[in-house]
Ligand binder design. Structure first.
Ligand code: PMP
Ligand code: GLN
Length: 398
């Protein structure tokens, strides 16, 4: 144990995230490393194995050649700010101005800057559970407390009574992720309005992570919570180029909301990364301006991939939760005789040459147990890769 008051002890932020000291790698890093080490098919970390639209890639290359290589403006490149504004109008009939928008280093920085800017020490923040791991980490870094509202396998549908019961006088914000990673749940208009009503009643902020907004299946429509009555003035909406344009390594994200909140977030953001990705910003702007056929085609292609993996998982004997969106599907390993998915995730490459991520990694200690036999698989891979993974997984039955 470090001496109290020593510099070792005051490595506070790191200790908040990993009390044992050292580097606590995220589950995604760990599982990708496992896949690389074993040569297994990586259905763990969510990244596509094919490039996105050529025009997006070409625009970035041209921007580099044209000398777009120095610091872009702090709020974002005008072309991208305009493209985000037009995108919100075109898809959701939301009218935004430049001061409602901020470009960030991926949705990751948007989430971090938002929570660091808007939370005070001692605030409580409600998230549904399972939740994207970053929320817990940043809430801790802000000296705030995460309060979770667990969702249950297999439907993972939010329940407003549980949400209401989680509110206390200290509650400052509700963080939602719609569509939800890791389950692929899409929140319908009724659920979203119930969340808004709770937020209005208790005067709470809403932070809405919508990075999978365009990857929604079966003709379902994504509804940004900020479009519902009473929501806009208290909501920060976050999205990213990563998933929509298959450029997870570019780290271009954006957020939008009321100008005063966005301005507070910009104040923090400029000391996190200042700016990023100058040549990628016009490229993402070109992507956001692609026609409707592009957007329909990415959802349809991913839906086919989901079907291949889901059919494979079912044939292999897994229980499978419905996934209506995102890159992900949750499977239950208990019917195959594996009650501990965390253990299984470490053995899976050895057993059948596939990697998945345990859903317990998206849960607090108190809830992890109820997700014990659940694994998340990513289907953002080529159809042939998914078919091969499905074949391999059939060998798991014992
Ligand atoms: N939110 C969710 C729900 C995610 O799955 C991810 C992972 N891509 C992010 C945020 C981070 O997005 P980005 O890569 O744009 O930082
Ligand atoms: N969002 C991706 C996932 O859920 C991974 C992001 C990351 O590696 N941090 O798999």
């Amino acid at each position: 144990m470090p001496v109290p008051g020593s510099w070792q002890e005051t490595a506070r932020a790191a200790r908040l995230l990993n009390p044992d000291g050292g580097i606590a790698t995220t589950i995604f890093t760990e599982m990708s490393a496992l896949a690389t080490r074993t040569g297994a098919i990586n259905l763990g970390q969510g990244f596509p194995d094919q490039d996105g639209p050529q025009i997006v890639l070409d625009t970035a290359k041209k921007a580099i050649d044209a000398g777009v290589n120095q610091y872009p403006p702090g709020r974002g490149t005008p072309e991208l700010l305009d493209a985000v504004i037009d995108h919100q109008k075109r898809f959701y009939n939301l009218a935004l101005d430049t001061d409602n928008v901020l470009v960030t280093a991926g949705a990751t920085e948007a989430i971090a800057a938002t929570l660091l800017a808007l939370l005070s020490p001692g605030d409580e923040v409600i998230t549904f559970e399972p939740y994207y791991d970053e929320y817990a980490a940043v809430i801790a870094l802000a000296h705030a407390t995460q309060v979770t509202v667990p969702l249950s396998y297999p439907a993972f549908t939010p329940d407003v009574q549980s949400l209401q019961a989680a509110v206390t006088p200290r509650t400052r914000a509700i963080v939602i992720n719609n569509p939800l990673n890791p389950t692929g749940t899409v929140f319908d208009a009724r659920v979203l309005q119930q969340i808004v009503d709770v937020a209005v009643t208790h005067d709470l902020l809403i932070v809405s992570d919508e990075v999978y907004e365009h990857l929604v299946f079966e003709g379902l429509r994504h509804i940004p919570i900020s479009t519902l009555p009473g929501a806009f003035e208290r909501t920060i909406t976050i999205s990213s180029a990563a998933k929509t344009f298959s450029v997870t390594g570019w780290k271009i994200g954006w957020l939008s909301g009321p100008a005063e909140l966005v301005s507070a977030i910009l104040t923090v953001k400029q000391y996190l990364t200042f700016v990023n990705g100058a040549p990628f910003q016009p490229a993402v702007a070109a992507g956001l301006r692609l026609d409707d056929a592009f957007y329909t085609s990415i959802a349809a292609a991913l839906q086919r991939k989901r079907d291949i993996l889901v059919e494979g998982l079912e044939a292999a004997g897994f229980g499978v939760a419905p996934s209506a969106a995102s890159y992900f599907v949750v499977a239950d390993t208990a019917p195959l005789g594996y009650p501990d998915a965390e253990l299984l995730s470490r053995e899976l490459p050895e057993l059948v040459g596939v990697v998945g991520v345990p859903v317990s990694a998206f849960a607090s200690e108190k809830t992890a147990q109820s997700y014990r036999s659940l694994l998340r698989f990513a289907f953002c891979k080529r159809e042939s890769v998914l078919a091969e993974a499905a074949t391999r997984l059939t060998k798991l039955r014992r």
